[in-house]
Design a protein around this ligand. Sequence first.
Ligand SMILES: Cc1ncc(COP(=O)(O)O)c(C=O)c1O
Length: 448
Amino acid sequence: MSIENDLHLISDFDKNYCLQVFAPLPVAFTKGKGSYLYDTDGNKYLDMIGGIAVNSLGHANPKLVSAISKQARDLIHCSNYYYIPQRSELAYRLCRASFADKAFFCNSGAEANEAAIKIARGYFSHQDIDRYEIITAEMSFHGRTYGTMTATGQEKFSKPFAPVVPGFKYVPYNNIDAIKTAITPKTAAIMLELIQGESGVHPADVEYIKAVRNLCTEKGILLIFDEVQTGIGRTGKMFCYQNYGVTPDIMTLAKGLGGGVPIGAMLCTDEVAKGFKPGDHGSTFGGNPLACAAGIAVMEYFGEANLLDNVNLVSAVLFEKLNKLKAKYSCVTNVRGQGLLIGIEFDESIIASGLREELFRAGFLVSAIGRSVIRIAPPLIITKSQATSFVKALDSLLATRMGIKPNPIISAFKNIGRKENPAAKALSEAKPEEPKPTLPAPEEDELS
Ligand SMILES: Cc1ncc(COP(=O)(O)O)c(C=O)c1O
């Protein structure tokens, strides 16, 4: 017995048995292929958010599926008590592709950032130097663990859970003078995203990042780039820092690296690697054969499929067409980002969460940030025509919203062939408390 295709049961079980920290749309996906996801009723959605910048190769990519299937048959986990060929190879590939000399593997972006913060402090304390302060940016996002929640320059994430970790300072983004003022003799590291993804897709200025790099070099401060969201081809280069003509001392990765298989990585120079002695840091699961096999498949696919070329090609199409929407509709106030990480900002007439829901009903998945920003971060394999279909759908919705007569061809597109999903409809309406659902006892032969 499975609840897999019954949206009502799925949501009942979720509400009753899962900690309610998310606010899901009334849908459950049971299948994916390429840039599309399919729900319990077989409806098809163009995935313009790619599991929040995770499904870099799209869904059910044959190379990735075959790599992890083979690895699962051979060996999933054995622990870091031993050498792991896949871990060695992935570390080699990442170091060869970047500024880094060494890699440490973990399971998520937050863990990668924890490792970065720890090694930055360890680097100084192992030399008996009293430097521990970390400077991060306002409106940044670095994760949900205590260290990374503290590093995150948005109080709303940490306020209920105070006291936070000491030794962090926050400065306005893209403001070099603020960093200069915040630096003290105790500053160990400056940690920045090159595009602040979670707070609305805000890119750092090139001159700012260059000035931060120079300041760090001059003062002996370590520079950490959090590339959890921007790394692995997302911005049109393998790593976003390559758009800036500078290198960090430490970089963190996660999201796109495993194409959906959980993995995080902290990369650093040989010099910074002195910050961890054996036993200083570790992870039970991190660097396991399965996750690293996924990472290797993702890295290999970039070369085989000219993925960076595709990112740049589709990105140019999206920016051109979205900027045309900006010129057409006064409610579109900004289109920003890089590669396939794009934020579309609206004025007060549009509530992003409402627009997200309308796009969802039309078969397009995006994320809404705050009140006014729609973020897109589709699979890096997305085609020009798929991207164009998204812009057309957005155009049609905005035309309706702004009272402009919509193009009949485009508006006809909306909801074509989509089955009415009664469970989804019911879920969006308020429901009285119901007794907790239980699964029927399994049939005899299911027990074997
Ligand atoms: C820039 C950045 N850093 C860190 C994280 C945390 O990653 P995770 O959710 O895998 O812990 C995120 C997640 O959105 C992120 O965007």
